[in-house]
Design a protein around this ligand. Sequence first.
Ligand code: GDP
Length: 298
Amino acid sequence: MFENLSERLSGVFDRLTKQGALSEDDVRTALREVRVALLEADVSLPVARSFIKAVESKATGQAVTKSVTPGQQVVKIVHDELVNFLAGDNETPGELKVDSPPAPILMVGLQGSGKTTTTAKLAKRLKEKNGKRVLMASLDVNRPAAMEQLAILGTQVGVDTLPIVKGQTPVQIAQRAKQQATLGGYDVYMLDTAGRLSIDDALMAEVESVRDVTKPRETLLVVDGLTGQDAVHTAENFDSRIGISGVVLTRMDGDGRGGAALSMRYVTGQPIKFVGLGEKMDALEEFHPERIAGRILG
Ligand code: GDP
């Protein structure tokens, strides 16, 4: 997911660690290369700038340049700052608020982002890892195929889906899901909202009314990681209008750059909770800032 960036950075840091003594200028030159590598990974300019500034203020002091292993010190500072940029406050990777049953989880995002697939992947995970009884419901009244897709995936992962009733509005379906989840003793009910090709008022108003009747414990935005900075803008938009509690970045199996992952937290203030790494129902990983930083730095 970060192959290109990782390769570029290992080149920079190999040189730095082999060099022995380092001047402040050496450090600055290396950090300029890191900045270029970040920009090439599609990290947005303000994020790259702010990252380099934070590293520079710690890495150009005497404690580093006069130390016995200055190169390694710089790498450690970069590592710690990466974790800082990726991590949410008090976030436990992979944890979702699903106490007080039935806990509603609202899944939002643009069409084609991987929302339905991710809903089923998460339901499977909640069932198998957390031992939860999950009910899924599709609110995509304009696309019967999307509703059927969720039902098919539900059968595949052994998770119940709310029976499809034609002619209901998304709010009516959400209310029926809540009722069914309560009566049926489910721990969690997941609402797969309709997507649009672009953000528009109608989409947002629809999601808002579903949010207002269900008061979700988690509102997860699913975004296509391949869209880079657009993914970050989408998250900003959804967060300002709906209020999200986290992000799932999909298609990270196809992205060697990873810029969206690096910018998301800084720009939106929202944590990435999971990443999608393929079409299969198991291809979902918790987002661990520490591990990711380790992976990026090799
Ligand atoms: P929706 O319109 O947002 O509900 O999108 P879907 O869930 O229908 O997904 C659209 C396509 O993306 C499907 O073919 C999925 O199998 C595929 N997809 C979803 N997540 C991932 C992922 O993490 N990696 C890859 N490679 N494909 C994915």
